[in-house]
Structure formats: structure tokens, C-alpha cells
Ligand binder design. Structure first.
Ligand code: ADP
Length: 360
């Protein structure tokens, strides 16, 4: 097993004015046995970064280490990794058993019975021991993905690379497989890189998230760190669903003057802002309260635009009454609470649980 180190890795596609920088000067240390999730919107460079680690793409600049070995010049086969893709990439004419044993037959001197034993063990681990004689066409999407995972396990690699492996499964199966991959990674302790654009996968899988946007690292941290202490507005908006609400304002003598309301910063928050003047206030839907009457100056009158009942909670979309444009914001309330569209209420920020970011 091995950790992974990326040193100032950049990848450009194309030349000159048409060049796209898919990965922009990324440095990262992944520990041996760690489960790291690359997350970001489509086109943010997640797959390219993973493919660079796999040796399927060559970086334009920078170095990649697997363990202590500099692997820049090594092809995918020499890197001792196993990849699992969204489309499973199984051989359609081979049985499950043949699909799972193929890599071992090609790359090791193991005897037939040793290979059989390892395939059976991996198949049992993935709950597909009874499917070894079937071909992929006879299996459901979920079963095929188990075969793809089983095939990766059998190879006993230094590193697992998984590129959106659950995207083609239905929602219920995705939940089951998320749990299974977590368990598997925990049991096997193999260093794992996992690419997803899915919020829930990012929050529930992995020891650390690597948040990317336009090829640049935005934040590296545990899911909870990224959620509670986002390092910038992009991470704050991307992690968490529905997204954090943002209000741009001008800081004047400790008060943030926003469109339609003012927010008075606490002493502690003032000391954190330094000498910035263009500041964006961020508040998650669950951190804003909706009151019948104003509580203090950090509240403002709103009109209820839409109520979206979700069961135990509802999302209420609100419009500040005094704002100059018609932007709406979202607040989470108890699902039992009767709120009607068009109703006037007061949105109340908590004294401390708001985030402040540089605007722009
Ligand atoms: P993600 O996995 O986050 O969706 P990708 O790594 O696939 O992002 O892509 C990052 C950027 O690099 C995108 O702008 C994409 O269009 C570009 N890109 C990826 N692969 C190629 C390629 N083979 N040729 C040209 N551009 C590419």
C-alpha cells in the first residue's frame, strides 16, 4: 500500500490561446490508507487529476509520487492501481469469474487455484459469489458495479481509483453501494481516490474532501470542516444542499450594509474581518430563523415566495421586502409549521452562526 503525493501538478489541453487548464498547480499529500474524495462541479478537473494519478493522462508540469516512487514516466500498468469507472468497463463476452480473474492471469504468476481462491474471496466480499458463471449482460447495473469492484479488489493494488462509480445506479442502490464502498475501504485499508460531483457522496464518504473549481484547489479538509468552515465562498456554496444564502454588503463601522437590511457584526466577527470593506455574508438555510415579529436589528421583513414541504422539514423561499431586486433566499423550518405563500415574516440571523467571505 502507498500514499500519493502531487507536487505542483498542472495539466493543459491544447495549445496557445485555445489551451484549457484542466488542473492548475495542484499540490496534495494523501496518506497511506486514506479515502480521499475529489469533488467539484462538472469540468472542474476531478477526472483529469485522477487520470494523471492513474497514468492515463500525462501532466504538463509537476510530479506524481505513489509511495516514495516518482511515477511520472510509468504507464498505468506499472503503477499498481485498480480503477473502477461509471460504465463498469466489463468484458461483455466473459463470465463474471473470467472478468475478475483476467487481470491476475495477465499480470501475476499465480497458479490457477490461487487465482480461483482470490476471485472467490473477492466475489463473496461483494456478495456476488452466486453470479460467477453469468455474463455481464445477464446482470443488473448494481450487480455489474459489484463485479467491477470485485475485480479491483482481486488485484490487491496499492491504490483504488474510482471515477463516479455510482452515477448509473438508481438512488436506492446508490445509498447501499455508498455504505458498501465505505465498509470495503475501511476493511481493506487501501488508499482510495474517489471522484464525484454528488453532494451526498462527498459528505458521507471519505476521510477528506479535495474541493476543486476550474482546476484549482479550493479546500482540502474533512467533510465537516468543509461544511462548517468553508475556506471561501465557492466551497460554502458548493458544499451543503440547498446552498448557503449569500448577501453582499459594504462594511461601515462594524455594520454590514446589505440590500434591504443591515447586519451588525459581533466584536469577535469584527476582529476577523480586518480592514475589508466589500464583504459577503453567508447563512445556511437552517441557520436563519423565521419569526412573526422582529427580534433585534439583525432581522428583516420578508415576503414568503414559495413553500416546499419535504416531510419533517420545509424549505421556505423568502424575498426581503426592502431589497431593490427580486432575489430569493431559502430557509429551513419545521415541516409541521403552517406557513403560507405571500405571508410577511421576519428573517432573523443568529448572532454568530454566519460566515463572512471576500466579495468577488
Ligand atoms: P470533471 O471531471 O471535474 O468534470 P474534467 O477533468 O473532465 O472535469 O475536465 C476538466 C477540463 O478539461 C474541462 O474543461 C474539460 O473540457 C477539459 N478536458 C478534459 N479532457 C480533455 C481532453 N482530452 N481534451 C481537451 N480538453 C479536455
Amino acid at each position: 500500500m502507498a500514499g500519493i503525493t502531487l507536487d505542483d501538478v498542472t495539466k493543459r489541453f491544447g495549445e496557445g490561446g485555445d489551451a484549457v487548464t484542466a488542473v492548475d498547480d495542484v499540490s496534495l499529500d494523501i496518506q497511506d490508507g486514506e479515502f480521499v474524495v475529489f469533488v467539484g462541479p462538472s469540468g472542474s478537473g476531478k477526472s483529469t487529476l485522477m487520470r494523471i494519478v492513474a497514468g492515463l493522462e500525462t501532466q504538463s508540469e509537476g510530479d506524481v509520487y505513489i509511495g516514495d516512487a516518482l511515477v511520472n514516466q510509468l504507464g498505468p500498468r506499472a503503477r499498481d492501481i485498480a480503477m473502477v469507472f461509471q460504465n463498469y468497463a466489463l468484458y461483455p463476452n466473459m463470465t463474471v469469474e473470467e472478468n475478475m480473474s483476467f487481470g491476475l492471469k495477465m499480470s501475476t504468476d499465480l497458479s490457477k487455484s490461487e487465482i480461483n481462491e482470490q476471485v472467490t474471496e473477492a466475489a463473496e466480499m461483494m456478495g456476488i459469489g452466486n453470479l460467477l458463471d453469468n455474463t455481464p449482460g445477464e446482470l443488473s447495473g448494481g450487480q455489474q458495479q459489484r463485479v467491477a469492484l470485485g475485480r479491483a479488489i482481486v488485484r490487491d493494488p496499492n491504490v483504488f481509483l474510482m471515477d463516479e462509480p455510482l452515477s448509473n445506479l438508481d438512488a436506492k442502490l446508490r445509498t447501499t453501494m455508498r455504505t458498501e464502498i465505505n465498509r470495503l475501504q475501511n476493511d481493506l485499508g487501501v488508499t482510495t481516490l474517489y471522484v464525484t460531483h454528488d453532494q451526498t457522496e462527498a459528505m458521507t464518504m471519505g476521510d477528506r474532501l479535495v474541493v476543486l473549481n476550474y482546476g484549482e484547489l479550493q479546500q482540502v479538509g474533512t467533510p465537516l470542516e468543509c461544511f462548517y468552515r468553508p475556506s471561501n465562498r465557492f466551497v460554502a456554496g458548493f458544499i451543503g444542499s440547498p446552498s448557503m444564502n449569500f448577501f453582499e454588503g459594504q462594511l461601515e463601522a462594524g455594520t454590514l450594509v446589505c440590500d434591504g437590511f443591515d447586519y451588525e457584526l459581533s466584536e469577535r466577527m469584527r476582529s476577523n474581518v480586518g480592514d475589508r470593506t466589500e464583504v459577503t455574508l453567508g447563512a445556511r438555510p437552517e441557520d436563519i430563523a423565521l419569526e412573526d415579529d422582529p427580534v433585534d436589528t439583525n432581522g428583516f421583513e420578508v415576503k414568503v415566495d414559495v413553500v416546499e414541504p419535504m416531510g419533517s422539514i420545509s424549505y421556505v423561499y423568502i424575498e426581503p421586502v426592502d431589497q431593490s431586486h427580486d432575489r430569493t433566499y431559502v430557509v429551513e423550518v419545521d415541516g409541521q409549521r403552517p406557513i403560507t405563500e405571500g405571508e410577511r415574516l421576519y428573517a432573523q440571523f443568529p448572532p454568530e452562526d454566519v460566515h463572512l467571505f471576500d466579495t468577488g
